[in-house]
Design a protein around this ligand. Structure first.
Ligand code: 2PG
Length: 245
């Protein structure tokens, strides 16, 4: 018995296109990102992968990607569950800043520590500042972070994984998780048992479904899963890794 899990990073956002740190800022998909999301749905259909349920973050780039992909797959009607726990990593005071400028100002080592280290968060964002989410209604009653490292993301994503995603998998459902580069990196780290140092080298491309077959012990039968368009994924992964250069 295996379970099927599909991880889908949102299509390119307007801020991805401008090379800005985004985090919890709720930016829309770019035109290219919209096309990527639709193609993601077509790839699912072509591969015969039919999600029964979708989980998304509370950010429109993931929500719209799920809607567009599922519509393209004629599965726009499946149940949806949403949680802030699937949100992108909160990028703290870097939210809204140009990646290249940050790299030039602080140097590549500090830039990469903030961007890809497991446990070094960027400086906290100021409460009430332009790109802070501390006053947003959608997070009322939740502990809104002021910055996060990947470890923090894993700590807040895991309870949702265990309480919402795993029960759907164990019920035999094909589960689609439409989320973000870093919330998906956290889930992949957990699933594939990637160590704290090696996770720095893992990047997730926009809009290309990553399919995992998972055994009863929730271990992937093929480590790393398989991208439905492996060639496009390889090129897009390199582009994400090189952002800021
Ligand atoms: O800005 C962000 O929120 C993320 C994802 O786009 O960027 P990075 O890949 O640099 O972690």
């Amino acid at each position: 018995m295996t379970y099927t899990l599909v991880l889908l990073r949102h299509g390119e956002s307007e801020w991805n296109a401008k090379n800005l740190f985004t985090g919890w800022v709720d930016v829309p998909l770019s035109e290219k990102g919209t096309a990527e999301a639709i193609r993601g749905g077509t790839l699912l259909t072509e591969a015969g992968v039919r999600p029964d349920v979708v989980h998304t973050s509370l950010l429109r780039r993931a929500i719209m990607t799920a809607n567009l992909a599922l519509d393209a797959a004629d599965l726009h009607w499946i149940p949806v569950k949403r949680s802030w726990r699937l949100n992108e990593r909160h990028y703290g005071a870097l939210q809204g800043k140009d990646k290249k400028q940050v790299r030039d100002e602080f140097g590549n080592e500090q830039f990469m520590l903030w961007r890809r280290s497991y446990d070094v968060p960027p400086p906290a964002i100021a409460l009430g500042s332009e790109f802070s989410q501390d006053a947003e209604a959608r997070y009322a009653g939740e502990p809104t972070p002021l910055t996060e490292c990947l470890k923090d993301v894993l700590t807040r994503a895991l309870p949702y994984w265990e309480s919402a995603v795993v029960p759907d998998l164990k019920a035999g459902k094909t589960v689609l998780v439409a989320a973000h580069g870093n919330s998906l990196r956290a889930i992949i780290k957990h699933l594939d048992g990637i160590d704290d140092d090696s996770i720095a080298g893992l990047n997730v491309p926009t809009g290309i479904p990553l399919v995992y077959e998972i055994d009863e012990n929730l271990k992937p039968t093929v480590p790393g899963g398989r991208y439905l368009d492996a060639d496009a994924a390889a090129a897009a992964i390199a582009a994400v890794a090189n952002q800021g250069k």
